[in-house]
Ligand binder design. Structure first.
Ligand code: UT7
Length: 337
């Protein structure tokens, strides 16, 4: 199947899935163990509750469930996949979790790799998979975003631990006679990497008299919330406008802006800067909090399942977070008729 005269393929998004842990931790339950309140958390962030991985549950379990749902919706079997990208900052194994995911799924023909871009991971992974399909080197790809940030919290630090939850989302991409990905803009800037990180550090260990090494482990998440907030409300509208400009689309003609879910005030501020009604910015913050890379596909899945996003409708997907990284993709949902 060739696309246009260029010999390139188009891309379509044909399935979506999500998975969250069963255990739900409410703001009121939090207030029983740290100095916070439902009132503070809800008015500052829009969060009411979040899902937390159980002791015997893993990010891989969530990623697998989300992937199975996305494949079923696309009407595909795992053997149809040629590529699996797992966007995660919390892999089960630092060497990568994607190949284990592909194997558990039964995607025996696919090659798989992890991609780390924090809360922008889903957008970067979608853009990467789309390029493989466009060049014709891959016909069907699965993009999975899964994070378990509750396992990397300092649970005594009220400025971070109330903000995050665990979850996974997945999207199937396939070749298409018409390209449904219309524009994208991806950015990163390491100058402010220190604003938000899960740093590796550790003690010096003497191996021999003349050899001392450092033995690293990961520290809990650390964030300068005010600075990240300022970054988000200026960088995100900018990158959305550039992606829409590339697609030659007016912001007002888009009814669904699926933004990374970090704070309701960020969603509202971006809507205001773009001059677009707040109702065009779906929010799942109240129930799931910030699920990092997973938040965009989780929110998409909820809107699609409720029939609020119809096939061929325009949408903007925009992520932002540690790195710093940020980016936007303009696309249409669903299989080309
Ligand atoms: O996904 C990655 C991207 N991350 C983000 O986009 C996060 C962006 N930042 C934010 O969403 C907001 O900055 C936060 C929600 C993190 C914080 O909201 P804020 O309005 O910027 O609050 P603040 O940090 O300025 O803190 C205000 C006050 C402080 O007390 P003082 O110094 O004014 O006395 C904090 O100690 O609120 C206090 N505070 C809390 N109080 C009750 C901080 N956390 C809490 C808490 N409960 N959980």
């Amino acid at each position: 199947m060739k696309y246009g005269n260029s010999g390139l393929q188009g891309v379509q998004l044909t399935g979506v899935g999500k998975a969250v842990p069963e255990f739900c931790l409410t703001n009121d339950q939090f207030a029983q163990v740290i100095d916070t309140s439902d009132e503070w958390i809800y008015t500052r962030t829009g969060i009411k509750e979040r899902r937390v991985l159980a002791l015997d549950e893993t990010v891989l379990d969530l990623a697998l469930r989300a992937s199975q749902q996305a494949l079923a919706q696309a009407g595909l079997v795992p053997e149809d996949l040629e590529m699996v990208i797992l966007a995660t900052s919390t892999p089960e194994d630092l060497f990568g979790t994607a190949s284990l995911l592909a194997t558990r799924l039964g995607a025996t023909r696919a090659f798989a790799f992890d991609l780390t871009a924090a809360c922008t991971g889903f957008v970067f992974a979608l853009a990467t998979a789309a390029q493989f399909i466009r060049t014709g080197s891959c016909g069907r790809a699965l993009v999975v975003a899964a994070d378990g940030l509750t396992r990397f919290m300092d649970w005594r630090d009220r400025s971070t631990c109330v903000l995050f939850g665990d979850g996974a989302g997945a999207v199937v991409l396939e070749q298409s006679p018409v390209d449904q990905i219309l524009g994208m803009e991806l950015r990163s800037d390491g100058r402010n990497a220190g604003m938000l990180n899960i740093a590796a550090s550790g003690p010096e260990v003497e191996i021999r008299e003349d050899l001392t090494i450092r033995q690293n482990a990961y520290q809990p998440i650390s964030m300068n919330g005010r600075e990240v907030y300022r970054f988000a409300v200026t960088a995100v509208p900018d990158v959305i406008e550039k992606a829409l400009h590339r697609a030659d689309i007016d912001p007002h003609t888009v009814r669904h802006y699926f933004l990374h879910q970090a704070n309701q005030r960020i969603l509202d501020a971006v809507a205001e800067r773009l001059g677009v009604p707040r109702e065009c910015f779906p929010s799942t913050l109240a129930h799931y909090a910030n699920t990092s890379a997973a938040s965009i596909p989780i929110t998409m899945e909820e809107w699609i399942t409720q029939g609020l996003l119809q096939p061929s409708e325009l949408m903007v997907l925009a992520g932002f977070g540690a790195g710093l990284t940020w980016g936007a993709v303009v696309c249409r949902w669903g299989r080309v008729a």
